[in-house]
Design a protein around this ligand. Structure first.
Ligand code: WT7
Length: 572
């Protein structure tokens, strides 16, 4: 099959002509959609839910939920009332007010979505936490953000060191037979008795909305703050890129603990008034195909690792399902291999559309639009209204086909507004000329298509999840047998990268396989399963700079059998 360029498939798309739209588009056209255009105030949850509940979409299904135990659906009208009730419960029993940080730490369930949207209706800032996080990771985030309230489950509460978090005043538990106390509140019970009417907190479009913690190559995880204004771009890309139309049934496979699961698992689709499928539970190829078939999913957003896992489950399996409703498939998070695109053409008869963006960017920036040819291996072109370029380290634009920093001209609507409590970190993202520097290296060809080349820094992307080597190293160093640790991403055919740790032991410890397993479990229990190194290699000594910084680039060169490059800063 020829993969030189995959031609446009006939269809009626929300964005029909890319060049014309780029030439004529102005974000203020999109702004006119939302309430502040008339009132000067806005609220994301109103725009995503209540607005539709008050329209012809009132009885349209907003949420289809399924996991191993539950199968439920809610219309926009029901979502409006239930999120009102959630908001009232949080306000009455947690005293939650505008600007407070409310964290949500639980597996996917309808209550998770009521809690997130209910918090937003109060003007609170939501902090979603991935359910796999262990105590250390949870504590870091609640502490840094000075969270006031938490919504979680009795099982996960064991990983929340409530006594060590003086700012945390109330913990709402979603579960059965909850025993309430000064700090513990039964979320379902309080929601059930709460008033279904609510005075929404109308906020300024620049007020805080959501805080996603993400990893860099150095330091602790950082809190990326997004504001209500992000809705402009999330809505617009839900139209142009997800191409959501009135009859669509949409499924985003990401968990709301990650930005894809909020920007495109909550905000984008509901701003566009779409029916949104949410499936809990673990990944299983059968369940995923069954989901596509049962709900008649038409628009599907997932990630390369998931596609590769489906691919390795074999073509016989996919043939057992009726996926004829599917019309549009997208991918995000890691490079989308041409091999996966080829497989998508074969089994779904669909082009998989790659999209590029990051936690910090809040919404998609470079994408393959349905109305454009796809060049396999390319992430596509910038969305109208956004300027992307390849720049050198001084912020000078490089010509086509030259590799450099993938950069975006500051000012797109959904850009992060703050790194929580860390202005210096925020400032470090920008170069002279107003360029936001992504940390990715890429090039642009003469037709304006962007090609991802790799991370500039040491950030690891494993199964589409971003892991900071520093966080893993710090955890490994807490192990009583460890003297030094250096962590890198090692290329892996399915997961993109896996985490590999090089470890030097303290005197008196034997480098055994049991110890490797013990260190792995230690990270798993202390941080999260996806942050635990799949491979550990013991070394007597690790390469360090004279100032004592582990040289990950040298570790990587060892691993990949590459030249180690300049070693002038290495200690003897
Ligand atoms: C990093 C951001 C935003 C959703 C998920 C990830 C990598 C993202 C692509 C793509 C190659 C990609 C980049 C980026 N990445 N999309 N289409 N092709 N790489 O968000 O956890 O903030 O990670 O993911 O390296 O910098 P994130």
């Amino acid at each position: 099959m020829d993969l030189q360029a995959l031609p446009v498939v006939q269809g009626k798309y929300n964005l029909e002509n890319y060049e014309d739209t780029c030439a004529n588009f102005d974000w203020s056209d999109t702004e006119k959609q939302f309430s502040w255009y008339e009132t000067g105030r806005v609220n994301m949850a109103y725009e995503a839910i209540d607005r539709h509940a008050e329209s012809f979409r009132k009885n349209k299904v907003a949420l289809y939920f399924r996991d191993d135990n539950r199968e439920e659906k809610y219309t926009f009208r029901e979502m409006k009332l239930l999120t009102n009730k959630a908001a009232n419960a949080l306000k009455t029993h947690g005293n939650v007010e505008k600007g407070d940080r409310v964290f949500i730490f639980m597996p996917r369930s309808p209550e998770l979505y009521f809690a997130i949207l209910g918090s937003i209706k109060l003007g609170a800032i939501v902090g979603p936490l991935f359910e796999a996080f262990m105590e250390g990771a949870v504590k870091d985030r609640l502490e840094d953000s000075e969270a006031k309230a938490l919504v979680t489950t009795p099982e996960l509460l064991e990983r929340v060191p409530v006594e060590e978090l003086p700012n945390l005043k109330s913990v709402f538990l979603v579960g059965k037979d909850i025993e309430e106390s000064d700090t513990i509140i039964d979320f379902n019970k309080r929601m059930a008795e709460a008033d279904r009417n609510l005075e929404i907190e109308w906020v300024d479009r620049e007020d805080g909305l959501i805080l996603h913690y993400t990893s860099g190559s150095t330091g602790r995880p950082k809190g990326v703050l997004h504001v209500h204004n992000a809705m402009i771009q999330q809505y617009q890309t839900a139209r142009w890129v997800l191409d959501l139309q009135e009859e669509d049934v949409y499924w985003c496979t990401a968990d709301p603990g990650w930005v894809t699961g909020t920007s495109y698992g909550i905000f984008g689709p509901w701003l566009a008034g779409a029916s949104n499928v949410i499936v809990g539970g673990r990944f299983k190829p059968e369940t995923w195909y069954q989901t596509l078939e049962d709900f008649g999913v038409t628009v599907w957003y997932s990630a390369p690792t998931a596609f590769r896992m489906l691919m390795s489950a074999g073509d016989e399996l996919v043939k057992q399902f009726d996926l004829s409703e599917l019309r549009h498939v997208m991918s995000v998070g890691e490079p989308l291999n041409p091999e996966v695109i080829r497989w998508g053409l074969k089994v779904f008869n669909k082009r998989i559309h790659d999209t590029w963006w990051m936690t910090e960017t809040g919404a998609q920036l470079i994408v393959n639009f349905p109305c454009l040819e796809i060049k396999p291996g390319s992430m596509g072109k910038p969305i109208p209204g956004v300027e992307a370029a390849i720049v050198d380290d001084q912020g000078n634009i490089l010509p086509p086909n030259r590799m450099g920093n993938l950069a975006i001209k500051k000012g797109w609507p959904s850009m992060m507004r703050e790194i929580w409590n860390n202005q210096a970190k925020y400032d470090s993202y920008f170069l002279p000329g107003g360029w936001y520097v992504s940390g990715d290296s890429a090039y642009m060809d003469e037709d304006g298509y962007f090609f991802f080349q790799g991370r500039v820094d040491d950030v690891i992307m494993t199964s589409g999840e971003r892991v900071g080597p520093f966080e893993v190293e710090s955890k490994i160093l807490e192990h009583p047998a460890v003297a030094e640790a250096g962590v890198i991403g090692k290329p892996d055919p399915v997961r993109g990268e896996i985490i590999k740790a090089f470890v030097a032991l303290l005197e008196g410890n034997e480098p055994t396989d049991e110890l490797k397993e013990d260190i792995r479990q230690f990270v798993k229990k202390g941080l999260a399963a996806h942050a635990a190194p799949r491979e550990i290699e013991f070394r007597d000594k690790l390469p360090k700079t004279r100032s004592g910084k582990i040289m990950r680039r040298v570790l990587k060169a060892w691993e990949l059998d590459l030249p180690t490059g300049d070693l002038s800063t290495m200690e003897d």
